[in-house]
Design a protein around this ligand. Structure first.
Ligand SMILES: Nc1ncnc2c1ncn2[C@@H]1O[C@H](COP(=O)(O)OP(=O)(O)O)[C@@H](O)[C@H]1O
Ligand SMILES: [Mg+2]
Length: 325
Protein backbone atom coordinates (compact mmCIF):
# COMPACT_ATOMS: atom_id res chain seq x y z
CA UNK A 1 0.00 0.00 0.00
CA UNK A 2 1.44 3.36 -0.97
CA UNK A 3 -1.42 5.63 0.04
CA UNK A 4 -4.50 5.27 2.22
CA UNK A 5 -7.29 7.83 2.35
CA UNK A 6 -9.71 7.58 5.28
CA UNK A 7 -12.99 9.44 5.51
CA UNK A 8 -11.82 12.41 3.46
CA UNK A 9 -14.17 15.39 3.42
CA UNK A 10 -13.65 18.78 1.83
CA UNK A 11 -16.32 21.41 2.39
CA UNK A 12 -15.98 24.88 0.85
CA UNK A 13 -17.66 27.60 2.89
CA UNK A 14 -19.95 29.99 1.04
CA UNK A 15 -19.61 33.31 2.82
CA UNK A 16 -21.53 36.57 2.76
CA UNK A 17 -22.29 39.58 4.87
CA UNK A 18 -19.94 42.43 5.75
CA UNK A 19 -16.37 41.49 4.62
CA UNK A 20 -17.66 37.97 3.87
CA UNK A 21 -17.33 37.05 7.50
CA UNK A 22 -20.58 35.16 7.74
CA UNK A 23 -20.71 31.52 6.68
CA UNK A 24 -23.95 31.05 4.76
CA UNK A 25 -23.62 27.46 3.58
CA UNK A 26 -21.12 24.78 2.56
CA UNK A 27 -20.32 23.12 -0.74
CA UNK A 28 -19.82 19.45 0.08
CA UNK A 29 -17.29 18.78 -2.69
CA UNK A 30 -15.98 15.55 -1.11
CA UNK A 31 -18.02 13.87 1.60
CA UNK A 32 -16.52 10.91 3.45
CA UNK A 33 -14.37 9.12 0.87
CA UNK A 34 -12.08 6.18 1.80
CA UNK A 35 -9.78 4.13 -0.44
CA UNK A 36 -6.25 2.79 -0.76
CA UNK A 37 -3.76 2.75 -3.63
CA UNK A 38 -1.28 -0.10 -3.87
CA UNK A 39 2.32 0.29 -4.96
CA UNK A 40 2.66 0.05 -8.73
CA UNK A 41 -1.07 0.37 -9.21
CA UNK A 42 -3.11 2.71 -11.39
CA UNK A 43 -6.38 3.54 -9.71
CA UNK A 44 -8.91 5.19 -12.03
CA UNK A 45 -11.36 7.79 -10.69
CA UNK A 46 -14.38 8.52 -12.89
CA UNK A 47 -17.55 10.56 -12.55
CA UNK A 48 -19.35 13.45 -14.19
CA UNK A 49 -17.99 16.96 -13.97
CA UNK A 50 -18.54 18.42 -10.49
CA UNK A 51 -18.48 15.08 -8.69
CA UNK A 52 -15.38 16.02 -6.66
CA UNK A 53 -12.58 14.22 -8.50
CA UNK A 54 -10.15 17.14 -8.72
CA UNK A 55 -10.83 18.01 -5.09
CA UNK A 56 -9.86 14.46 -4.05
CA UNK A 57 -6.59 14.83 -6.01
CA UNK A 58 -5.74 18.24 -4.55
CA UNK A 59 -6.43 17.07 -0.99
CA UNK A 60 -4.22 14.01 -1.38
CA UNK A 61 -1.39 16.26 -2.58
CA UNK A 62 -2.12 18.77 0.20
CA UNK A 63 -2.54 21.51 -2.41
CA UNK A 64 -5.73 21.96 -0.42
CA UNK A 65 -6.10 21.00 3.22
CA UNK A 66 -8.94 18.56 3.95
CA UNK A 67 -11.86 19.62 6.16
CA UNK A 68 -11.44 16.25 7.89
CA UNK A 69 -10.04 12.81 7.23
CA UNK A 70 -6.62 11.23 6.92
CA UNK A 71 -4.14 10.81 4.05
CA UNK A 72 -1.63 8.11 5.04
CA UNK A 73 1.65 8.05 3.12
CA UNK A 74 4.84 6.43 4.48
CA UNK A 75 3.32 5.98 7.95
CA UNK A 76 2.42 9.67 8.20
CA UNK A 77 -0.98 11.31 8.02
CA UNK A 78 -0.15 14.14 5.60
CA UNK A 79 -3.29 16.03 6.63
CA UNK A 80 -1.92 16.37 10.16
CA UNK A 81 1.53 17.71 9.15
CA UNK A 82 2.53 21.37 9.14
CA UNK A 83 3.71 22.92 5.86
CA UNK A 84 7.30 22.58 7.05
CA UNK A 85 6.86 18.92 8.00
CA UNK A 86 5.23 18.29 4.62
CA UNK A 87 8.22 19.52 2.62
CA UNK A 88 10.13 16.20 2.33
CA UNK A 89 6.93 14.43 1.21
CA UNK A 90 5.90 16.96 -1.41
CA UNK A 91 8.50 15.86 -3.93
CA UNK A 92 7.34 12.23 -3.66
CA UNK A 93 3.79 13.23 -4.65
CA UNK A 94 3.37 14.96 -8.00
CA UNK A 95 0.62 15.97 -10.41
CA UNK A 96 0.04 16.10 -14.18
CA UNK A 97 -2.80 18.45 -15.10
CA UNK A 98 -5.31 18.52 -17.91
CA UNK A 99 -4.36 21.32 -20.21
CA UNK A 100 -0.64 21.44 -20.81
CA UNK A 101 -0.91 24.82 -22.57
CA UNK A 102 -2.73 26.47 -19.68
CA UNK A 103 -0.37 25.10 -17.08
CA UNK A 104 2.87 26.02 -18.89
CA UNK A 105 4.20 29.59 -18.69
CA UNK A 106 4.62 30.86 -22.31
CA UNK A 107 7.73 32.90 -21.37
CA UNK A 108 9.56 29.83 -20.06
CA UNK A 109 11.59 27.46 -22.22
CA UNK A 110 11.12 23.70 -21.96
CA UNK A 111 14.23 23.57 -19.75
CA UNK A 112 12.86 26.30 -17.46
CA UNK A 113 9.57 24.42 -17.11
CA UNK A 114 11.03 20.98 -16.44
CA UNK A 115 13.81 22.45 -14.31
CA UNK A 116 11.63 24.50 -11.95
CA UNK A 117 11.25 21.74 -9.34
CA UNK A 118 15.00 21.03 -9.65
CA UNK A 119 15.84 24.69 -9.00
CA UNK A 120 13.55 24.70 -5.98
CA UNK A 121 15.59 21.80 -4.68
CA UNK A 122 18.88 23.58 -5.44
CA UNK A 123 20.03 21.26 -8.21
CA UNK A 124 22.62 23.34 -10.12
CA UNK A 125 25.20 23.53 -12.92
CA UNK A 126 26.21 20.46 -14.87
CA UNK A 127 23.98 18.17 -12.88
CA UNK A 128 20.99 20.41 -13.66
CA UNK A 129 21.60 20.35 -17.42
CA UNK A 130 22.26 16.63 -17.41
CA UNK A 131 19.03 15.92 -15.56
CA UNK A 132 16.99 18.06 -18.00
CA UNK A 133 18.43 16.20 -21.01
CA UNK A 134 17.67 12.92 -19.24
CA UNK A 135 14.08 13.93 -18.47
CA UNK A 136 13.43 15.07 -22.05
CA UNK A 137 14.64 11.69 -23.32
CA UNK A 138 12.53 9.82 -20.76
CA UNK A 139 9.34 11.35 -22.12
CA UNK A 140 10.27 10.79 -25.77
CA UNK A 141 11.53 14.30 -26.57
CA UNK A 142 15.04 15.31 -27.66
CA UNK A 143 17.55 17.18 -25.51
CA UNK A 144 17.98 19.76 -28.33
CA UNK A 145 14.39 20.89 -27.66
CA UNK A 146 15.39 22.27 -24.24
CA UNK A 147 15.51 25.90 -25.43
CA UNK A 148 12.14 25.87 -27.21
CA UNK A 149 9.02 27.67 -25.95
CA UNK A 150 5.67 25.97 -25.27
CA UNK A 151 4.05 27.33 -28.47
CA UNK A 152 6.73 25.55 -30.51
CA UNK A 153 5.50 22.18 -29.24
CA UNK A 154 2.41 20.23 -30.29
CA UNK A 155 -0.32 19.43 -27.75
CA UNK A 156 1.02 15.94 -27.18
CA UNK A 157 4.60 17.20 -26.80
CA UNK A 158 3.44 19.79 -24.27
CA UNK A 159 1.80 17.07 -22.21
CA UNK A 160 5.14 15.20 -22.38
CA UNK A 161 6.77 18.30 -20.87
CA UNK A 162 4.16 18.21 -18.10
CA UNK A 163 5.05 14.58 -17.42
CA UNK A 164 8.82 15.33 -17.45
CA UNK A 165 8.30 18.10 -14.90
CA UNK A 166 6.30 15.77 -12.65
CA UNK A 167 9.13 13.21 -12.87
CA UNK A 168 11.95 15.66 -12.14
CA UNK A 169 12.23 14.90 -8.42
CA UNK A 170 11.73 11.14 -8.71
CA UNK A 171 8.21 10.91 -7.28
CA UNK A 172 6.58 7.71 -6.07
CA UNK A 173 2.98 8.71 -6.66
CA UNK A 174 1.40 10.89 -9.36
CA UNK A 175 -2.10 12.29 -9.61
CA UNK A 176 -2.99 12.48 -13.31
CA UNK A 177 -5.99 14.85 -13.48
CA UNK A 178 -7.65 14.54 -16.91
CA UNK A 179 -4.20 14.48 -18.59
CA UNK A 180 -5.66 13.47 -21.96
CA UNK A 181 -8.77 15.63 -22.11
CA UNK A 182 -7.19 18.38 -24.21
CA UNK A 183 -5.63 15.96 -26.72
CA UNK A 184 -6.77 14.30 -29.97
CA UNK A 185 -7.71 10.64 -29.65
CA UNK A 186 -4.66 9.53 -31.70
CA UNK A 187 -2.33 11.41 -29.35
CA UNK A 188 -4.14 10.15 -26.23
CA UNK A 189 -2.96 6.59 -26.90
CA UNK A 190 0.69 7.75 -27.08
CA UNK A 191 0.45 9.53 -23.74
CA UNK A 192 -1.28 6.51 -22.13
CA UNK A 193 1.58 4.32 -23.35
CA UNK A 194 4.16 6.78 -22.06
CA UNK A 195 2.53 6.90 -18.60
CA UNK A 196 2.35 3.12 -18.54
CA UNK A 197 6.02 2.69 -19.54
CA UNK A 198 7.16 5.19 -16.91
CA UNK A 199 5.06 3.47 -14.26
CA UNK A 200 6.74 0.13 -14.97
CA UNK A 201 10.21 1.64 -15.25
CA UNK A 202 10.09 3.52 -11.94
CA UNK A 203 7.50 1.49 -9.99
CA UNK A 204 5.19 4.54 -9.85
CA UNK A 205 1.60 4.52 -8.62
CA UNK A 206 -1.11 6.68 -10.20
CA UNK A 207 -4.46 8.11 -9.33
CA UNK A 208 -5.83 8.58 -12.84
CA UNK A 209 -8.77 11.00 -12.94
CA UNK A 210 -11.02 11.19 -15.99
CA UNK A 211 -14.66 11.69 -16.98
CA UNK A 212 -13.99 9.39 -19.97
CA UNK A 213 -14.69 5.77 -19.05
CA UNK A 214 -13.01 4.30 -22.11
CA UNK A 215 -9.73 6.07 -21.30
CA UNK A 216 -9.86 4.84 -17.70
CA UNK A 217 -10.50 1.29 -18.86
CA UNK A 218 -7.26 1.32 -20.85
CA UNK A 219 -4.96 2.38 -18.09
CA UNK A 220 -6.47 1.34 -14.73
CA UNK A 221 -5.97 -1.75 -12.59
CA UNK A 222 -8.91 -0.76 -10.40
CA UNK A 223 -11.61 1.85 -10.88
CA UNK A 224 -13.63 4.06 -8.51
CA UNK A 225 -16.86 5.80 -9.49
CA UNK A 226 -17.73 9.05 -7.75
CA UNK A 227 -20.98 11.04 -7.68
CA UNK A 228 -21.71 14.27 -5.80
CA UNK A 229 -18.79 13.94 -3.40
CA UNK A 230 -19.27 10.26 -2.60
CA UNK A 231 -17.90 6.96 -3.85
CA UNK A 232 -20.57 4.83 -5.50
CA UNK A 233 -18.53 1.80 -6.54
CA UNK A 234 -14.95 0.47 -6.37
CA UNK A 235 -13.80 -2.66 -8.21
CA UNK A 236 -11.03 -4.12 -10.26
CA UNK A 237 -11.19 -2.99 -13.86
CA UNK A 238 -12.74 -6.10 -15.40
CA UNK A 239 -15.50 -6.55 -12.79
CA UNK A 240 -16.35 -2.86 -13.03
CA UNK A 241 -16.74 -2.91 -16.81
CA UNK A 242 -18.26 -6.38 -17.11
CA UNK A 243 -20.48 -6.48 -14.00
CA UNK A 244 -21.23 -2.93 -12.86
CA UNK A 245 -23.47 -3.07 -9.77
CA UNK A 246 -24.42 0.52 -9.08
CA UNK A 247 -27.21 1.96 -11.26
CA UNK A 248 -25.06 5.08 -11.72
CA UNK A 249 -22.13 3.02 -13.04
CA UNK A 250 -24.52 1.07 -15.27
CA UNK A 251 -25.84 4.34 -16.73
CA UNK A 252 -22.34 5.78 -17.29
CA UNK A 253 -21.17 2.59 -18.99
CA UNK A 254 -24.28 2.35 -21.16
CA UNK A 255 -23.18 5.57 -22.86
CA UNK A 256 -19.77 4.17 -23.89
CA UNK A 257 -19.62 2.73 -27.44
CA UNK A 258 -18.46 -0.92 -27.64
CA UNK A 259 -15.84 -1.85 -30.29
CA UNK A 260 -17.54 -5.20 -31.13
CA UNK A 261 -20.29 -4.32 -33.69
CA UNK A 262 -22.55 -7.25 -32.68
CA UNK A 263 -22.49 -6.22 -29.02
CA UNK A 264 -22.71 -2.54 -29.96
CA UNK A 265 -25.96 -3.17 -31.87
CA UNK A 266 -27.51 -4.48 -28.64
CA UNK A 267 -26.31 -1.60 -26.47
CA UNK A 268 -29.14 0.23 -24.71
CA UNK A 269 -28.32 3.70 -23.44
CA UNK A 270 -29.75 4.45 -20.00
CA UNK A 271 -30.73 8.12 -19.96
CA UNK A 272 -30.52 9.64 -16.48
CA UNK A 273 -33.27 12.08 -15.62
CA UNK A 274 -32.40 15.62 -14.60
CA UNK A 275 -29.05 17.24 -13.84
CA UNK A 276 -26.40 16.63 -11.18
CA UNK A 277 -27.86 18.36 -8.08
CA UNK A 278 -25.87 21.09 -6.32
CA UNK A 279 -23.40 19.92 -3.66
CA UNK A 280 -24.63 22.95 -1.66
CA UNK A 281 -27.79 21.06 -0.88
CA UNK A 282 -27.27 17.37 -1.69
CA UNK A 283 -30.30 15.02 -1.72
CA UNK A 284 -31.12 13.06 1.45
CA UNK A 285 -30.52 9.30 1.72
CA UNK A 286 -28.59 8.08 -1.29
CA UNK A 287 -27.43 11.23 -3.10
CA UNK A 288 -28.12 9.56 -6.45
CA UNK A 289 -31.78 8.66 -5.73
CA UNK A 290 -33.49 11.58 -7.59
CA UNK A 291 -31.87 10.45 -10.85
CA UNK A 292 -31.86 6.71 -10.25
CA UNK A 293 -33.94 4.44 -12.48
CA UNK A 294 -33.98 1.74 -9.79
CA UNK A 295 -34.80 3.93 -6.78
CA UNK A 296 -37.39 2.66 -4.30
CA UNK A 297 -39.08 4.09 -1.22
CA UNK A 298 -36.13 3.68 1.18
CA UNK A 299 -33.59 5.45 -1.05
CA UNK A 300 -34.47 9.03 0.03
CA UNK A 301 -34.36 7.95 3.70
CA UNK A 302 -31.34 5.69 4.19
CA UNK A 303 -27.70 6.56 3.43
CA UNK A 304 -26.11 3.41 1.98
CA UNK A 305 -22.71 2.32 3.28
CA UNK A 306 -19.95 0.81 1.12
CA UNK A 307 -20.44 -2.95 1.12
CA UNK A 308 -18.30 -5.70 -0.39
CA UNK A 309 -20.55 -7.94 -2.51
CA UNK A 310 -17.72 -10.14 -3.83
CA UNK A 311 -13.99 -10.05 -3.08
CA UNK A 312 -12.70 -6.60 -4.03
CA UNK A 313 -16.00 -5.37 -5.46
CA UNK A 314 -17.47 -2.59 -3.30
CA UNK A 315 -20.69 -0.72 -3.91
CA UNK A 316 -22.88 1.77 -2.03
CA UNK A 317 -26.48 1.08 -3.07
CA UNK A 318 -29.50 -0.14 -1.07
CA UNK A 319 -30.29 -2.76 -3.73
CA UNK A 320 -27.56 -4.82 -2.02
CA UNK A 321 -28.01 -6.14 1.51
CA UNK A 322 -24.32 -5.49 2.30
CA UNK A 323 -24.96 -1.73 1.99
CA UNK A 324 -27.59 -1.30 4.67
CA UNK A 325 -26.22 0.61 7.68
N1 LIG B 1 -12.37 26.35 -4.42
C1 LIG B 1 -13.67 26.02 -4.47
N2 LIG B 1 -14.61 26.77 -3.85
C2 LIG B 1 -15.91 26.44 -3.88
N3 LIG B 1 -16.40 25.35 -4.51
C3 LIG B 1 -15.52 24.55 -5.14
C4 LIG B 1 -14.12 24.84 -5.16
N4 LIG B 1 -13.48 23.87 -5.88
C5 LIG B 1 -14.45 23.02 -6.29
N5 LIG B 1 -15.67 23.43 -5.86
C6 LIG B 1 -16.95 22.74 -6.10
O1 LIG B 1 -16.84 21.41 -5.63
C7 LIG B 1 -17.49 20.49 -6.50
C8 LIG B 1 -16.49 19.46 -7.00
O2 LIG B 1 -15.56 20.07 -7.87
P1 LIG B 1 -14.34 19.29 -8.56
O3 LIG B 1 -13.57 18.60 -7.50
O4 LIG B 1 -13.61 20.26 -9.41
O5 LIG B 1 -15.12 18.22 -9.45
P2 LIG B 1 -14.63 17.40 -10.75
O6 LIG B 1 -13.14 17.45 -10.80
O7 LIG B 1 -15.18 16.03 -10.53
O8 LIG B 1 -15.27 18.07 -11.92
C9 LIG B 1 -18.10 21.34 -7.60
O9 LIG B 1 -19.46 21.60 -7.27
C10 LIG B 1 -17.29 22.61 -7.56
O10 LIG B 1 -18.04 23.70 -8.03
MG1 LIG C 1 -11.87 18.04 -12.34
Amino acid sequence: MILEVTNLTKYFPVTGGFFGRKKLAEVKAVDGVSFAIHKGETLGLVGESGSGKTTVGKNILQLQRPTSGEIWFKNKDLASLSNKELRPYRQKLQVVFQDPYESLDPRFTAADIIGEPLRLHKVKGGEYNKRIAELLKLVGLSPYMAERYPHEFSGGQRQRLGVARALALQPEFIVCDEPLSALDVSIQAQIINLLDDLKNKFGLSYLFISHDLSVVRHISDRVMVMYLGKLMEVADRDSMYEKPLHPYTQALLSAVPIPDPAVEAERKVIILKGEVPSPLNPPTGCVFHPRCFKAFEDCPKVVPVMGETSPGHHVACLLYKECWP
